[in-house]
Write a protein that binds this ligand. Structure first.
Ligand code: PMP
Ligand code: GLU
Length: 394
């Protein structure tokens, strides 16, 4: 039978992070000893108190459809979390709970963008931003940054990228994939440009807020003039190691929250009931309960920087958050290694997979063709072994 796929799906890329993870799984299934440093997924178990809350929710028969925008108690917990951690005041009517932050982002794109609206993405950006924008018929406008500016967009670059068609700016801080963290002063400087353009909305993806080794996390919604134009996106996948539980949320102007609820009501009916109850426990807990994970990531970051720094040809910045390093490996382009010509970051990443059995992700997927992303959400033993294998094949 002939294939009648829509243009929409034909024009969409497969998620490079998930594709690499699937490839690593497949090779492992064939008996290969693959070390997976491709997926941004904490390798810790979910803290016990969160599991207990989920078990309790099952016993308490939380099994019906939930309110589309999330349980009232969960939205209260999210409002308190925003106040406690970010000094942001959101009413429960400004909060929408979704099936992962990925869906929160998709909801926002579908409810704000019209065809041809431009969305500024400082590159490198998280892999799914570009395709989510395209599904909503928006146009991603990449603003390239480099390791020399710690992969951060400057106010001048932002100003230059703005056109009459610009509708949104999307960014993450701490950033996936670069680990860069925007300081208060840097966000204020970007905000100073944005106040001149009142029709531009901001998606501030703060899913790595707790995994920040630089100091206090700053939310752009808290900067003068930005609150009414910012959609603050967050979730429990990273800080609480709850990736498979699929809970994300937004704090946003009420009209955006309402529209996202309307959209979600036709698409998923709302997020999983048990996971929502467990998320209440996660968000009400003091940060001290997850500090051990953050400390561990900090130590691993230092270890990875030290070990990769010993390999000639890796140009590294010091990521201040998240759990990735994003080395510039363009010095290998044009070289032939073990008979394989390395022309770009994808060749390099594939070479590491085939020769060193180490899975990474090409920077091309994140809008930076000179880099690869290495996730250090893996044990110290795995990290040491992976980097020694990488060194051996280079
Ligand atoms: N934003 C960023 C920057 C991410 O790295 C990810 C992936 N974990 C997400 C959003 C989506 O997270 P979730 O698991 O909540 O869908
Ligand atoms: N966000 C994680 C990553 O960047 C998980 C994969 C995904 O959600 O695409 O690796």
């Amino acid at each position: 039978m002939s294939n009648h796929l829509s243009d929409r799906i034909k024009n969409m890329s497969t998620s490079a992070t998930l594709a690499m993870a699937a490839k690593a799984r497949e090779l492992r299934g064939q008996g290969k000893d693959i070390i997976g440093l491709s997926l941004g997924e904490p390798d810790f178990n979910i803290p016990e108190f969160i599991k207990e809350a989920a078990k309790q929710a099952i016993d308490d028969n939380y099994s019906s459809y939930t309110p589309v925008d999330g349980y009232a108690e969960l939205k209260q917990a999210i409002a308190q979390k925003f106040k406690r951690d970010n000094n942001l005041v959101y009413k429960v009517s400004q909060i929408v709970v979704s099936t992962g932050a990925k869906q929160s982002l998709a909801n926002v794109a579908m409810t704000i963008l019209n065809a041809e609206d431009e969305v500024i993405l400082p590159a490198p950006f998280w892999v799914s931003y570009s395709d989510i924008v395209k599904i909503a018929e928006g146009v991603p406008v990449q603003v390239p940054t480099s390791i020399d500016t710690d992969f951060k967009m400057t106010p001048d670059q932002l100003e230059e990228a703005i056109t009459p068609k610009t509708r949104m700016l999307w960014f993450s801080s701490p950033c996936n994939p670069s680990g860069s963290v925007y300081s208060k002063e840097e966000l204020e400087a970007l905000a100073a440009v944005l106040v001149k353009h009142p029709n531009i909305y901001i998606v501030s993806d703060e899913i790595y807020e707790h995994i920040n080794f630089a100091g206090d996390h700053v939310s752009i919604a808290g900067i003068d003039g930005m609150y009414d134009r910012t959609i603050t996106v967050n979730g429990v996948s990273k800080a609480f190691a709850m990736t498979g539980w699929r809970i994300g949320y937004i704090g946003a102007p009420e009209w955006v929250a309402k529209a996202c609820t309307k959209f979600q009501g036709q698409i998923t009916s709302g997020a999983n009931a048990i996971a929502q109850r467990a998320t209440i426990a996660a968000l009400e807990a003091p940060k001290s309960k997850i500090q051990f994970m953050i400390d561990e990531f900090h130590q691993r970051r230092d270890l990875v920087l030290q070990l990769l720094g010993e390999i000639q040809g890796f140009n590294l910045n010091v990521p201040e958050g998240a759990f990735y390093v994003f080395p510039d490996i363009s010095s290998f382009f044009g070289k032939t290694l073990r008979g394989t010509e390395i022309q770009n970051a994808s060749d390099f990443s594939l070479y590491l997979l085939e020769q060193a059995n180490v899975a990474t992700v090409t920077g091309e997927a994140f809008g930076n063709p000179n880099c690869i992303r290495i996730s250090y959400a893996a044990s110290e033993k795995e990290l040491r072994e992976a980097i020694s294998r990488i060194a051996a094949v280079l």
